[in-house]
Design a protein around this ligand. Structure first.
Ligand SMILES: C[S@@+](CC[C@H](N)C(=O)[O-])C[C@H]1O[C@@H](n2cnc3c(N)ncnc32)[C@H](O)[C@@H]1O
Length: 211
């Protein structure tokens, strides 16, 4: 059951969550999202999932930009989900937010054209990353795509990232092993598309498709 599992929340500790949006905005997160959206080549008829949606910034932005797209955000953290719901309400856009985990997605096979994830994979233990990728592959439609961005390298080096992530508990950023993991999960044309620096350290963009 969802309530019996632990997870690393968005800002490392619940008490920091109210500052999460402002910090990530200052760190250039909105520009990172914009890049990911270009990469994703969304169409108005797409059905989209944001795994580890946190406070809902990406999900709400997609719905605002593409009103006909059906958008769902999923996260295990009820506090983050409450903020996401408030954000969607304030923006006046309908977005569905579900509580759940990336490695046990509560959706049928082939439900989504695009699955997004921003800064989520580094919150997962290495083994859970592979299970999550297999789940993402399962819920993607044939030809659908996984589009994600995350901290690159073994550890985030930046001071802010250390505070936010309670360093002891963070399994480390993503690496090119993610490409292998995506392939092992049955995704095709898996690749790192870009890498660049931010206030949090380097971030890397990845993409892969369901066959
Ligand atoms: C750094 S935050 C990123 C949130 C949002 N995607 C963003 O970019 O602002 C990481 C998110 O992953 C979520 N998370 C942690 N473990 C998870 C899991 N097993 N499955 C799905 N999401 C998880 C956390 O609750 C948190 O909201």
């Amino acid at each position: 059951m969802v309530t019996e599992r632990t997870y690393l929340p968005a800002a490392g500790r619940d008490a920091f969550l109210p500052f999460y949006d402002v910090i990530t905005r200052l760190a250039g997160f909105h520009a990172a999202i914009a890049t990911l959206l270009v990469q994703a080549a969304l169409r108005p008829d797409h059905v989209v999932l944001d795994v580890g949606c946190g406070t809902g910034t990406l999900a709400v932005r997609i719905k605002r930009q593409y009103p006909t797209i059906e958008v769902t955000g999923l996260d295990p953290d009820p506090l983050a989900l409450a903020r996401a719901e408030a954000k969607a309400r304030a923006a006046g856009v309908p977005v569905r937010f579900d509580r759940g985990f990336a490695d046990a997605l509560p959706y049928p096979a082939g439900a989504f054209d695009r699955v997004f994830s921003t800064l989520m994979f580094h919150h997962l233990r290495k083994d859970d990353r592979s299970t999550a990728l297999a789940e993402i592959r399962r819920v993607l439609k044939p030809g659908g795509a996984l589009e994600f961005v995350d901290l690159a390298g073994r550890h985030p080096h930046n001071f802010l990232a250390r505070i936010l992530h309670d360093h002891q508990r963070v399994p480390g950023g993503v690496s090119d092993r993610m490409v292998e993991r995506m392939r092992e999960a049955g995704l095709v044309n898996a690749r790192k598309t870009a890498e660049r620096g931010t206030l949090f350290g380097r971030i890397a963009y990845y993409e892969a498709f369901a066959p």
